[in-house]
Design a protein around this ligand. Structure first.
Ligand code: ADP
Length: 455
């Protein structure tokens, strides 16, 4: 009962119904700020929708909508959406928004590929649920990095441009030390700082009604941010229900069960394994002779890296520092970003890159997730992501989820992108092979001396 369209996406299935592929004309662009790839909007991908309330008719128009108007959003929010240049919801927005906005509020565990518009879905939910006449925090959103928190905030302010929404960050070094009370409606931040502000009652939790985890699998991971995220959750009000919303492109098995406990009785939108990475990202690898040769290859790619913009991922901060210092000394213009830099510096580096003033960003897993910079058309895995970066006791298995997120920094919203993995010995080759297996996709070899193949 599945139908694959040109993009290799499947039509969505609910337990009872197969939604029709969209054949309606794309409405005229209402804004011209962002080029919108209508292929992606019209395409669909395979999702399995599990409804919390099995009594609800899956054929109900509530579960599939074709325009933002049909979602019952406030006029001011529609204005914000069109002002951003969006004309039609993406599939995840179409599927998730009716479930997210329905009353009484129901939890959501939503999965959709990188760059398919999850952020807009949860931001609209937060904005829709805020009562602008109450000057107290009403929605909290957590993300794994300050860079992502800042980006989410820019979506909140853009979508909320025609509302009276007040916002505040819960990220390091942002609030004055003696801040005593945040009255903003929506607070976006990282879990440690958010937990701290709640504990100190700088954030009054009494009116909070929405709690969002972006990159939820990462936020809940016991080896990472899980503890801090749980601290935040435990400080939410118990006097009324809080809608818990989890979104990610990946939900590996080991967090799936916990996610369901964290967000009980949730509506679930799940992807099939084969659909985890988007087709618009072409995946390659290069056989380097040894670890040192990787550097030479990277330098030889420089021209290509600067055609658009590119992100180079390394395993360690010191590698990112080393290769960027070396490339800079050799006359190439590159920037480097990682978690050991201080907050102001990090903000300046990502802002410069976002504005296109730097073309090549050498970094670590710190920005593997969520960062949305449309001009990034190439991602290089200088080092493949490994599990033992997340969990020191883990073996040197490839970290498939991080791989998916890293390459997802390109190919945003249907745009084309290229990823190149550097392998340099048997071990790294086998690790890449495991990634191929997990994704059910071939990663294609390109000769280190033949770059034309990618054109
Ligand atoms: P995700 O959170 O799934 O990784 P984002 O929400 O960051 O994806 O969206 C990816 C890009 O697509 C962003 O630049 C965003 O502005 C854009 N986008 C999202 N939804 C739409 C839409 N309905 N129409 C046009 N562009 C959209």
């Amino acid at each position: 009962s599945l139908e694959k369209d040109e993009d290799g996406f499947y039509t969505p299935v609910t337990s009872a119904a197969v939604a029709s592929t969209s054949t309606d004309p794309v409405p005229a662009e209402s804004g011209d700020k962002k080029p919108v790839n209508s292929d992606l909007i019209d395409s669909t991908f395979e999702v399995t929708v599990t409804l919390a309330d099995q009594q609800v008719d899956p054929n109900s128009p509530l579960y599939s909508v074709k325009t933002f108007e049909e979602l019952g959003l406030h006029q001011d929010l529609l204005k914000g959406i069109y002002d951003m240049g969006f004309s039609k919801p993406s599939k995840i927005q179409e599927r998730a928004l009716p479930l997210l906005l329905a009353n009484p509020p129901t939890n959501m565990i939503g999965q959709s590929q990188s760059g398919t518009g999850k952020t807009a879905a949860f931001v609209l939910t937060m904005l829709s649920r805020v009562d602008f006449t109450i000057n107290k925090p009403q929605a909290l959103c957590l993300a794994p990095s300050r860079e992502l928190a800042r980006q989410i905030m820019s979506v909140v302010t853009a979508m909320g441009k025609f509302t009276n929404v007040q916002t505040e960050y819960a990220i390091k070094e942002n609030l004055p030390r003696n801040a005593t009370q945040i009255t903003a409606h929506i607070i976006v931040g990282t879990p440690g700082t958010m937990a701290d502000l709640l504990r100190r009652k700088v954030i009054d939790q009494s009116e909070i009604k929405v709690f969002v985890l972006d990159e939820a699998d990462n936020m809940l991971d016991q080896d990472g941010l899980g503890d801090q995220t749980l601290r935040v959750k435990n400080m939410l009000p118990r006097t009324h229900p809080v809608q818990i919303i989890l979104f990610s492109a990946t939900f590996p098995d080991h967090v799936r069960a916990y996610s369901s406990k964290f967000a009980p009785n949730a509506n679930k939108i799940e992807l099939q394994k084969e659909e985890l990475s988007v087709d618009s990202i072409r995946q390659f690898y290069m056989d380097c002779k040894n670890a040192e040769h990787k550097y030479d290859i990277l330098v030889s790619l420089y021209q290509l890296l600067t055609i658009g913009q590119s992100i180079i991922f390394c395993q360690h901060r010191h590698t990112a520092d080393k290769i960027s210092a070396r490339m800079t000394a050799e006359g190439h213009k590159v920037a480097s970003l990682h978690g050991a830099k201080d907050a102001a510096e990090r903000d300046a580096i990502i802002d410069r890159f976002r504005e296109g003033r730097d073309k090549v960003l050498i970094t670590t897993n710190v920005i593997a997730r969520g960062i949305d910079i449309l001009q990034v058309n190439m991602v290089v895995n200088y080092d493949l992501p490994l599990m033992n970066e997340r969990d020191k006791s883990a073996e040197e298995r490839p970290d498939v989820e991080t791989y998916i997120h890293r390459i997802g920094r390109t190919g945003r919203f249907g745009r084309k992108g290229i990823s190149i993995n550097f392998v340099h010995d048997k071990k790294t080759w086998l690790q890449m092979e495991q990634i191929e297996k997990a994704l059910g996709r071939k990663i294609i070899r390109i000769e280190t001396n033949d770059l034309d193949e990618m054109e």
